[in-house]
Ligand binder design. Structure first.
Ligand code: PLP
Length: 454
């Protein structure tokens, strides 16, 4: 009876009943350890239900969710309208192999994606089930179109963990440990990270210098020495590096990079898996940088938590013949319905605008924290894709990974769910429907976490 009452109670604020992980959570964590292979679990939070920006665990604790399922539930947990539309579809048709047969819902989702992605040109869509799979499709379509075999990616980039996309991923060495070789032919170059880069340039102070050094490196040390541009099919890049630490490059960077790539006939594949669907205060982060990529890779928030991914490409990039690529679940009926419902909800609730507005509020509050705590070296991000970087010394910018890990945990004990990123940052990525008082609640919990960890 008591738990039934809880089921019906609205989740509205942080409410910690026991120090997590509580007794029920511990049981599930133990079973998980017994039955699941090791993955990337970071906090022992065991969810029972969720609503909007709050999550209730199995010991009745209520957390504020500033992780959003790694930027998946951008419209909040169990969004009523999206839920209702998926529920309605559940009684009609679940799955029909969208790569082999036809149904309206998949076409609707593809059309909706071509309309919201940057670029007025005609586009086509291939549906996948995850971010890594979207990048695999992007790699294949780039090879088929350009008839070239090599690729370039950025150090610090993250593009997934299957063998093709893993060869592009370069954000943590553990991702590669004992797994060599993955796909050959991928070269890596430094990313114009304004805060820490191998050129020793302060990119906040001197963004143009950072851009020209990065482009010069590509031309002089890559294209002229061992990877002729005529061999390169595409560059795969995130507009804002996600797993690499929420790194925003100088705003003119991608325009200049694209110009250079265009001159060599090299495609730019923009991996918007994490930055997509309003996360950065624009529908897609490419818009901040004034570019219209011919290939965009999507996943995560595309269907609010029903597994789905997609690539959206300029229509001339379509595979030359059928059979070159396909899958079973891509464009699954339920996922397609959730995708269209998600896009409709984002537009109806002006979630992109809210992301921009609340992103500013969050950033202001985080900068206030930076004034108070010398351990915060950098606050960076766009829209509601913000991160706080913890350092041992503000001058040297030496990362303090241990402190960051402690704060992620103590913030969790204070009811705030976050995720670490890069060497020493914590990301703050609430659902885009977050309001100002919830932002304040989150920053207060983060500060309690900082105080407890110092
Ligand atoms: C930018 C980016 N690309 C690709 C991926 C891989 O997506 P998935 O985990 O769905 O395979 C991620 C996941 O975090 C990501 O952030």
């Amino acid at each position: 009876m008591i738990s039934e009452l809880h089921e019906r109670q609205k989740l509205e604020r942080i409410d910690m009943k026991v120090v997590p992980p509580g007794p029920e959570a511990k049981k599930i964590v133990d079973l998980d350890t017994k039955y699941l292979v090791k993955s990337t679990k970071s906090l022992p939070v065991v969810a029972r239900r969720a609503e909007g920006v709050f999550v209730e665990d199995v010991d009745d604790n209520v957390y504020l969710d500033f992780a959003a399922g790694i930027s998946v539930v951008n419209m909040g947990h169990v969004h009523p309208e999206i839920t209702a539309r998926v529920e309605e579809q559940l009684h009609k048709l679940w799955h029909f192999a969208g790569t082999d047969y036809y149904y309206r819902e998949q076409v609707d989702a593809a059309k909706a994606l071509t309309e919201v992605t940057p670029g007025k040109f005609a586009k086509k869509v291939f549906f996948t089930n995850s971010g890594t799979e979207s990048n695999e499709a992007a790699i294949k379509i780039a090879k088929a179109y350009t008839k070239r075999q090599q690729f370039v990616a950025f150090i610090g980039g993250f593009h997934g963990r299957t063998q093709g996309s893993l060869s592009f991923t370069a954000s943590r060495a553990i991702h590669h440990k004992g797994l060599f070789p993955s796909m050959p032919g991928v070269e890596h170059v430094p990313f114009p990270n304004p805060y820490r880069n191998p050129f020793g340039i302060d990119g906040y102070e001197h963004p143009d210098e950072l851009i020209s050094r990065t482009l010069d490196f590509i031309e002089r040390y890559l294209f002229s020495t061992y990877a002729p541009p005529e061999n390169i099919a595409a560059f795969l890049a995130e507009p804002v590096q996600g797993e690499g630490g929420y790194i925003v490059p100088p705003m003119n960077f991608y325009r200049q990079l694209k110009k250079m790539l265009d001159s060599h006939g090299i495609l730019l594949i923009m991996d918007e898996v994490q930055t997509g669907f309003g996360r950065t205060g624009k529908f897609f982060a490419s818009e901040h940088f004034g570019i219209e990529p011919e290939v965009i890779s999507l996943a995560k928030s595309i269907a609010s938590g029903i597994p789905m991914g997609a690539i959206v490409v300029r229509d001339t990039l379509d595979f030359p013949e059928s059979g070159l690529h396909s899958n079973t679940f891509g464009g699954n009926v339920l996922a397609s319905v959730a995708c269209v419902a998600t896009i409709d909800a984002i537009k109806k609730e002006k979630a992109v605008e809210n992301s921009e507005k609340m992103g500013k509020v969050l950033r202001k509050r985080l900068l206030e924290l930076q004034e108070k705590y010398k351990q915060i070296g950098d606050v960076r991000g766009l829209g509601l894709m913000q991160a706080v970087d913890f350092v041992k010394d503000r001058k040297t910018r030496e990362p303090d990974t241990k402190l960051r890990d402690r704060i992620e945990y103590t913030a969790f004990q204070n009811g705030l769910l976050t995720l670490s990123t890069g060497l020493s940052a914590i990301r703050l990525i609430p659902p885009l429907i977050v309001n100002e008082s919830q932002i304040n609640m989150g920053v207060e919990a983060l500060e309690k976490g900082i105080k407890a960890a110092l």
